[in-house]
Design a protein around this ligand. Structure first.
Ligand SMILES: Cc1ncc(COP(=O)(O)O)c(C=O)c1O
Length: 436
């Protein structure tokens, strides 16, 4: 038995299915990490791979980034959490608010799920309305309302003019489904038509500007502007989920658009490798949290929120992901997308690559998908993607399980060239199966 097999046989005695999060499950068993250094991870068998998954997009400087290790170690000797505020949260709040024009105030939480949840609740508290609107197929974490329709499939997604609100988990309250309005991505006419059927009811429209499950294609400026206008005309809010996309530009993906959101949720990267989340926005709305107000519209706390370990790590991660680092990493990702497109053409396989900023996703589709329904993978495509991922993994490349990659500042052209060459081998392996 390999070390991973041994660990897994013990894990299944205590953890459901042997895992603490389904994302890392692999058949016949997950692989166990021993250590990470920069953009490389070594598993307990001693095999080292390039890490393009970066703990699901959360490590912007790769593993064991020396300035974070040093600062966090110093903080740990002084304590990790207190029933008091710390200076570190003020410094980090200042850094992020000065970075993004739409942030007047920010509140820290402990995960992206919690950030999106609190952002939706703040929208409800501010508007006094219950419903939220979200894009079909988009992933926003595990809050009942935020996850509606995330796993919609052809048997239940319904008419594109009025997509169904489908549950992810068995037992999701019917009321939660009724309170979530689903709109198609980048389809202004249909989206506005659907929203118009819920005038006066919608607290906010929740948008990820580069939604991974929807195909990792950017929201069009036209779509975002139309949603902004609808929100303004209907006393609703426009809120962005930048839990992942904050890594795509200096002030997040919102920097690329001509309108601002009222609120933004963040997570992942801004924790510098530690669990975190945050939501931020204009004073007018963030006031719902203010404990100095005569009536607090959204009472909100969290035991580990803004703990000084995360604040210290996050501050350094973001300080060092400055404009120059953002430009350099985005250029490296653009190079990767170009090189992958070249090998797709050389091999002559029906595949394409989507993405923006520091990320990309490989699809086994000849044309880039335009929305969730087009990005959806049937069983045959999922099987081929799994084979491609296994090929990459066996040849030293770790990707996210949709065949997506997120870069870290620890990477260079050398790692990209290895990925591209390995992908080429994978495409050649798949080609005869795809032509069948
Ligand atoms: C866009 C988006 N929103 C929210 C979340 C939830 O974040 P977390 O896993 O930290 O709860 C994720 C996680 O992958 C995400 O990708």
């Amino acid at each position: 038995m390999s070390k991973s097999e041994q660990l897994f046989s013990k894990a299944i005695e205590y953890l459901p299915g042997g895992v603490s999060r389904n994302t890392i499950f692999r058949k016949p068993h997950p692989y166990y990490a021993d250590k990470g250094e920069g953009c490389y991870v070594t598993d307990v068998e001693g095999v080292t791979r390039i890490d393009f998954a970066n703990n699901m997009a959360s490590l912007i400087h790769g593993h064991a980034y020396a300035p974070i290790v040093e600062a966090v170690s110093a903080q740990l000797t002084k304590g990790s959490c207190f029933t008091m505020a710390t200076e570190s949260e003020i410094d980090f709040a200042e850094l992020l608010c000065k970075r993004v024009p739409s942030f007047d105030k920010i509140r820290f939480v402990n995960s992206g799920t919690e950030a999106v949840m609190a952002m939706l609740k703040a929208s409800r508290a501010y508007t006094g309305k219950a419903k939220i609107a979200k894009v079909e197929g988009a992933y926003h974490g595990a809050y009942d309302y935020a996850e509606v329709s995330q796993t919609a499939n052809p048997s239940n997604w319904g008419d594109v003019d009025k997509p169904n609100s489908t549950p992810v988990a068995v037992g999701t309250p019917e009321k939660a489904l009724e309170d979530v309005v689903i709109i198609p991505f980048n389809d202004v006419e249909r989206a506005i038509n659907i929203l118009d059927q819920h005038k006066d009811e919608i607290a906010c429209i929740l948008v990820d500007l580069l939604p991974h499950r929807v195909g990792l294609i950017p929201a069009s400026d036209e779509f975002v502007c139309a949603l902004r206008k609808w929100a303004d005309d209907n006393a609703s809010l426009l809120v962005f989920d930048e839990v992942i996309t904050f890594r795509t530009n200096y002030a997040g993906a919102q920097q690329n658009y001509s309108v601002d959101p009222d609120l933004t949720a963040m997570g992942k990267m801004i924790g510098g490798g530690f669990p975190t989340g945050a939501f931020a926005g204009c004073d007018r709305v963030m006031k719902v949290l203010d404990p100095t107000e005569p009536k607090v519209l959204l009472p909100h706390s969290g035991t580990f929120s803004a703990n000084p370990v995360t604040m210290t790590a996050g501050y350094i991660a973001m300080r060092d992901f400055d404009q120059e680092a953002v430009n350099k990493l985005n250029a490296l990702a653009a190079y990767a997308r170009e090189e992958i497109t070249k090998v797709i053409n050389e091999v002559g396989i029906g595949a394409c690559v989507t993405g923006a900023g520091t990320m990309f996703r490989v699809h086994l589709k000849a044309q880039p998908p335009k929305n969730y329904r087009e990005a959806y993978m049937d069983k045959a495509e999922s099987k081929l993607i799994s084979e491609l991922l296994d090929h990459l993994f066996d040849n030293g490349v770790m990707m996210i399980n949709t065949c997506s990659a997120t870069l870290s500042t620890a990477m260079t052209i050398k790692e990209i060239d290895h990925l591209v060459a390995t992908l080429k081998g994978g495409f050649e392996m798949l080609l005869p199966k795809m032509n069948k």
